[in-house]
Design a protein around this ligand. Structure first.
Ligand code: GLV
Length: 310
């Protein structure tokens, strides 16, 4: 029997993890991060392990990130580089992200904030805006999540382009690549959707100089990481009218402190990092399938690549 030590959701989440693994792979024993035997486990499923803890696990065969982004795992300078690190990628993760981005795009298109304000004030004011086909959406980051979001946005009728560091080719979609094509991509983007990976190259990318390259009155959705954005620049750009509205799911400090001005900005919608969290049974099924691959001698996937940082 193999063992998996879990640090995700705290002790309260353990019964659900246990039930998820019992259903997906009864041969895997689930051990809480603080329970006896965790150090001896062959597998770890973690969101934010304490520095040094993974390196001390001598039997470790594979680390599973509890999320698609593994930045809080690789931030540990003692992270055991020889052990494979798998990003969480059940099919539901991309589906959920696509749903969130579709919701955010429609919320911005139909001015959901104005609807909510009018409803709270019992104020009947018919207003009409643009149609999805009038809005040029630009998706930054064309990984599994970005591609799914782009596909769903196109299905809704938005005019969608993509940008990624390495060139991608997607039938029927304009794909821009690298620094050389970033200006052209931004200049044709009325709604910028960021689903970039968290790497040193993308830190702070959503800041005043980049936002200034969008057409005046553009809109922004960030469901990647808080480290991608300079929140003060985003608030100032909303105040100046360069951005007309934004939806942010991620912040540098989470939870976002109650006194943060982002909460009350009239043209900013804040959601609490909920864009794409597959359920524990969905994640247990995915991890169990990867463990089965490892135990058959096959490579698990998708593996974190230290060269690209994602
Ligand atoms: C959540 O942000 C994740 O990385 O899955």
């Amino acid at each position: 029997m193999s063992r998996i030590a879990i640090k995700s959701g705290g002790p309260a989440a353990l019964p659900e993890w246990r039930a998820g693994f019992a259903a997906a792979a009864p041969g895997i024993e689930v051990i809480g991060w603080q329970e006896t035997g965790a150090e001896q486990a062959e597998y770890a499923l973690v969101w934010d392990p304490e520095p040094g803890r993974l390196a001390a696990m001598r039997n470790l065969r594979c680390v599973f990130g509890a999320g698609a982004g593994v930045d809080l795992i690789t931030a540990d300078p003692g992270f055991p580089r020889g052990v494979p690190l798998v990003r969480m990628a059940p099919p539901e993760a991309a589906q959920r992200m696509g749903e969130y981005i579709a919701w955010a795009a429609l919320h911005l298109l139909r001015d959901g904030q104005r609807i909510a304000r009018q409803e709270a004030a019992r104020h009947w004011d018919e207003f009409h805006g643009r149609c999805a086909s009038d809005l040029r959406v630009g998706v930054m980051g064309l990984g599994v999540m970005g591609l799914k979001a782009a596909e769903m946005l196109r299905g809704l009728g938005f005019a969608v382009s993509g940008w990624s560091r390495m060139r991608k080719s997607v039938p029927g979609m304009d794909c821009f690549a690298g620094d050389a094509e970033l200006d052209a991509f931004l200049a044709r983007t009325d709604l910028l959707v960021s689903l970039l990976p968290a790497t040193e190259a993308t830190r702070g990318i959503l800041s005043a100089p980049l936002l200034a390259q969008l057409p005046r009155g553009a809109m922004l959705v960030n469901a990647g990481r808080g480290m991608h954005q300079r929140i003060d620049d985003i608030l100032a750009t909303l105040d100046s009218g360069q951005l007309s509205a934004a939806v942010l799911d991620v912040f540098e400090t989470e939870p976002l402190p109650p006194d943060h001005p982002a909460w009350t900005h009239p043209r900013l919608t804040v959601t609490p990092h909920l864009a794409s969290t597959p359920s524990r049974p969905e994640r247990a099924r995915f991890v169990a399938a990867q463990i089965a691959r490892i135990e058959r001698g096959e490579a698990p996937a998708p593996l974190w690549n230290p060269e690209t940082g994602y």
